[in-house]
Structures are given as structure tokens and as C-alpha cells.
Design a protein around this ligand. Structure first.
Ligand code: NAD
Length: 479
């Protein structure tokens, strides 16, 4: 068992108390981390404010070089980082290795903006005047992240924040703080100055709350649940901060009768069950055209039967445990309510038996039919290895069902009909649309939710804008 410290003002510290981090596959204690206080949070912010100005006065290339060194260190330490991640979150090792690569790619990508953050010189309305619009860092940024991608999300926030000249105080989730702490060690080694990147661990209601309340930060970039996001938004309003919210989803997966069935089946299974169904863009509800529904279901069940549930570090495993007990119980509750409402559980619907699964937070891959659109399982984010499948009659109905949600993060469509594709591009109420392909964002795209899935977004040049503010300068000269 390791005892981790947190990083504040470039110093590794214990807190007044500590909390345990459990391995969700066996409930053994992996490590302890500090349970920081509100006062620790305020100190981290004060240190960030002190460090931010000198950091912003480095040239973009100097900051970019530090990000490039950090990226190289992430690469060199990939096996260790992936193992820590897999053990604290429960994802199979190959997925953890993929996540490390994904996270590293933001460091490399945003390092390229070292010479590319640009302002404007625009025509002045008055004679002998210059009018400039100058990009500047927002100052101190607070990043608050969930447990499902604790490594990638650390770097998704850190890379754009730092290249833009900000200082970042990051608070990882209480269940998965180790990945961020490991990355902070590498940041230090890469030369990120003290205070420019801090990682503070502890309870959301204590540390997170204090970070959001503190008047100094100008941007809160949050990834997590809608409930917490709404709360953060309200608290941040008191000090008029910019709030960027990346929240939950209920992605529909529509399969039309002209789709490539094999590809649709395999993609639908992957899109539901990767990371044990715990991804914001997961296939949360599958709609299949009635003409192909029987064939689709038969093949879907065959593919689900191939999933291998087990220890995330074992080779060949494709499905790990849920991250914690409340999350497991939540999934059980959704399935029970659906069953009581008349749904049919075709496979799964319970915790697996056997010695391997005696401890840990396991749930069998579960396929449910006979569902209605008004059921909770079709409306609320389940975030587990459970897929409800429903038939529909025509494309219009498919679109209506897909848009019938308070969420608007992602959607999937399988069809070869160009008219339907273009209508989906026009009419789907989501921030991310996958057509004839599975999940997975590109670093230079834009990842943001519509409706109650979010405000603002991450990645690419649009994501970077959130970490900048613009100053308009009017200059009069004589001559
Ligand atoms: P959560 O909202 O419970 O926790 C997220 C973070 O908020 C944690 O670090 C937590 O400690 C902190 N927090 C809790 N209370 C707080 C408070 N009062 N003030 C400040 N911070 C507080 O979410 P979760 O269960 O960790 O994550 C799962 C959710 O995240 C799902 O809904 C998922 O869809 C969403 N998610 C969204 C994206 C996206 O990009 N849209 C990506 C990953 C996860």
C-alpha cells in the first residue's frame, strides 16, 4: 500500500487527515491520499495566483517545450501509469494503456499552440488609431474531474490551461486520485514551475466547494454529473466565474434497416460495454429498425456472450468492475425498476457468482428488451454494463426518440442513406454525432454537450478559447 501526498505550491504534502483508495476489483486498499481541507484549497489557489504571472510571461515556445517534456515522460512511464489507472478505476489494462496515450496526445497537441495563440488588429473607426484584440490567459483555473477517465481528463484540462499561460489547481475524484498525482510527479520532473499545476485531493463537498467559492479563479472547468455541475454553476455565480461543464449523457444508438449490420452490432456492443459502460458518450439506448430487429438482436447477444468479465489486469479481459458500491447499487436499481415495469432481461441482470467476484463491484453484461421510452432506463444515465434495446418503424420516429432526452451529449447513427445522414446532421440535438462508427473523440475536434449535458466544451481550437480572455485595446497616435 502506498501513501501518496498532494502537490501544493510545488511541495508534496500530507493533509491533516487521509482517505483510502480502494481497488474496485477486490476492495483491497491500494493507497492512502490526503483529505485536504478548505484552507488547503485556498492555499493552493493563492500559490497558483502567485505562480501564474511569471508563467504567463514565458514565451509560448518555453511553455510548449515544458509540455513536450511532460508528454515524453508520460510515454516513458506508460506501463506504470496504466497499471495505477487500471487498479484504481477498474478498466481493463489495454483500455488503460489507450487512455494514457489519449491523455499524452493533448500535451503534444496543445504544445503546438506555442506559436499559434493569435489576436487581431482590426480597422479603427477613428483616424490615427489602432485597434487590437489581444488574447490573454484567464489567470487561475480550477479543474474538477470525475473518476471514469482520471488520467486523460487531468491532461485534457492541464494542457490547454498551461499553454495559454494559466495556472491550474486540479481536484480529482475521491475514488481515483492516484493517476492525477502520478501525472503531477511527471509535471514537476518536466519543469512545470511550483504552483503552476497543483493537485489537491479530498471530498468534493469540502475541497471542490472551497475551490469554486474562492474569488480568485476565473474559470471552473468541470467534468462530472449534471447534479454536481448545476450546483457548481450556482456557487460560481456569486463571484461571476466562467463555468465550463462537461456532464452526463444518454446517447441514442440508431440502426436503420439499410445499415451494415455486422459493423452496427459490433460497434453497438463496444459502445455500450467499454469501460464497463462508464463513459459519458456510451451507447445508453439502442433503437433498431423493426425490419432488422430480430437479426440484430441475435447477433448482438452473440457478441455480448464474447465479453470476458474479470480482473482488469488479466489478459483477454474486456469487462472490469463498476468503480464503487453506490455506482453498482444504482445500476441494480435501474435494472430492477425496468423489470418491475415489464421489461425483459435477456441476459445478465445480476452480480456474477463465483469466487473471483466475491469481493469487488461486479455486474454482468445485461441486455434488456420490451422497454418503453418513458421508462427511467430510457431516460436517465445508467452508466453501467446494461443496454436497453427498442424497435422503431421509420427514420422520423428514430430521430424523435433520439431527441426525446434532457441530455444532448452524443448520438450514433448507422445507415448508408445520405439523405438520412444529412437530416441527422441537421436535426440531432447533440454536441457529438458518430455516423457509421464507434465512440472516440479527436483531440482537435470539439467535445461539448448540448441541453443539460453541458456548457462550453473541451479540445481543439474552440476548447482552447475557454482558457483565454480577450482584451480590446484602442491606441491613438499623432502624426
Ligand atoms: P460527480 O459529479 O459525482 O463528481 C465529479 C467531481 O465533482 C468529483 O471530483 C467530485 O469530488 C466533485 N464534487 C462533488 N461535489 C462537489 C461540490 N459540491 N463542489 C465541487 N466539486 C464537487 O461525477 P462522477 O460520478 O465522478 O462522474 C460521472 C459523471 O461524469 C457521469 O454523469 C458522466 O457522464 C460524467 N462525465 C462526463 C464527461 C464529458 O466529457 N461530458 C466525461 C466523463 C464523465
Amino acid at each position: 500500500m502506498a501513501n501518496y501526498q498532494m502537490l501544493i505550491e510545488g511541495k508534496w504534502e500530507d493533509g491533516a487527515a487521509s482517505v483510502q483508495v480502494l481497488n474496485p476489483a477486490n476492495e483491497q486498499v491500494l493507497a492512502t491520499v490526503p483529505a485536504a481541507s478548505a484552507a488547503d484549497a485556498d492555499r493552493a489557489i493563492a500559490a497558483a495566483a502567485k505562480a501564474q504571472k511569471p508563467w504567463s510571461r514565458l514565451t509560448g515556445v518555453e511553455r510548449g517545450n515544458i509540455l513536450r517534456r511532460w508528454a515524453a515522460l508520460v510515454d516513458q512511464n506508460k506501463p506504470h501509469l496504466a497499471e495505477v489507472l487500471s487498479q484504481e478505476e477498474g478498466k481493463p489494462l489495454p483500455e488503460a494503456l489507450g487512455e494514457i496515450d489519449f491523455g499524452r496526445s493533448w500535451l503534444s497537441y496543445y504544445a503546438e499552440f506555442d506559436r499559434r495563440i493569435e489576436g487581431d488588429i482590426i480597422a479603427a473607426d477613428k483616424p490615427n488609431e489602432q485597434l487590437w484584440i489581444v488574447p490573454q490567459p484567464v489567470g487561475v483555473v480550477v479543474g474538477i474531474i470525475p473518476w471514469n477517465y482520471p488520467s486523460a481528463l487531468t491532461l485534457r484540462k492541464a494542457a490547454p490551461a498551461l499553454i495559454a499561460g494559466n495556472a491550474l489547481v486540479l481536484k480529482p475524484h475521491e475514488d481515483t486520485p492516484l493517476s492525477a498525482l502520478e501525472l503531477a510527479k511527471l509535471a514537476e520532473e518536466a519543469g512545470v514551475p511550483p504552483g503552476v499545476f497543483s493537485v489537491i485531493t479530498g471530498a468534493g463537498e469540502v475541497v471542490g466547494e472551497a475551490l469554486v467559492k474562492n474569488p480568485i479563479p476565473r474559470l471552473i472547468t468541470f467534468t462530472g454529473s449534471v447534479e454536481t455541475g448545476k450546483h457548481i454553476s450556482r456557487v460560481a455565480a456569486d463571484t461571476v466565474k466562467v463555468v465550463s461543464l462537461e456532464m452526463g449523457g444518454k446517447a441514442p444508438f440508431i440502426v436503420m434497416d439499410d445499415a451494415d449490420l455486422e459493423s452496427a452490432v459490433k460497434t453497438a456492443v463496444f459502445a455500450r460495454f467499454f469501460n464497463c459502460g462508464q463513459t459519458c458518450i456510451c451507447n445508453e439506448r439502442t433503437y433498431v429498425h423493426k425490419r432488422i430487429a430480430d437479426k440484430f438482436l441475435t447477433r448482438f447477444l452473440e457478441e455480448v456472450a464474447k465479453l470476458k468479465i474479470g480482473n482488469p489486469l488479466d489478459s483477454g479481459v474486456t469487462l472490469g468492475p463498476k468503480v464503487n458500491l453506490p455506482e453498482l447499487v444504482k445500476v441494480e436499481r435501474y435494472v430492477e425498476e425496468a423489470r418491475e415495469g415489464g421489461a425483459e432481461i435477456l441476459v445478465g441482470g445480476k452480480r456474477p457468482g463465483g469466487d473471483v467476484f466475491k469481493s469487488g463491484y461486479w455486474y454482468e453484461p445485461t441486455v434488456i428488451t420490451n422497454v418503453r421510452q418513458d421508462m427511467k432506463i430510457m431516460q436517465e444515465e445508467v452508466f453501467g454494463p446494461v443496454i436497453p434495446i427498442m424497435e422503431f418503424s421509420d427514420f422520423d420516429e428514430g430521430l424523435t426518440l433520439a431527441n426525446d432526452s434532457t441530455y444532448g451529449l452524443a448520438a450514433y447513427l448507422f445507415t448508408n442513406d445520405m439523405n438520412r445522414i444529412l437530416r441527422a446532421v441537421r436535426d440531432m440535438e447533440v454536441g457529438e454525432l458518430y455516423i457509421n462508427r464507434g465512440p472516440g473523440e479527436s483531440i482537435h475536434g470539439f467535445h461539448g454537450g448540448w441541453k443539460q449535458s453541458g456548457v462550453g466544451g473541451d479540445d481543439g481550437k474552440y476548447g482552447l478559447e475557454e482558457y483565454l480572455q480577450r482584451k480590446t485595446v484602442y491606441i491613438r497616435y499623432q502624426g
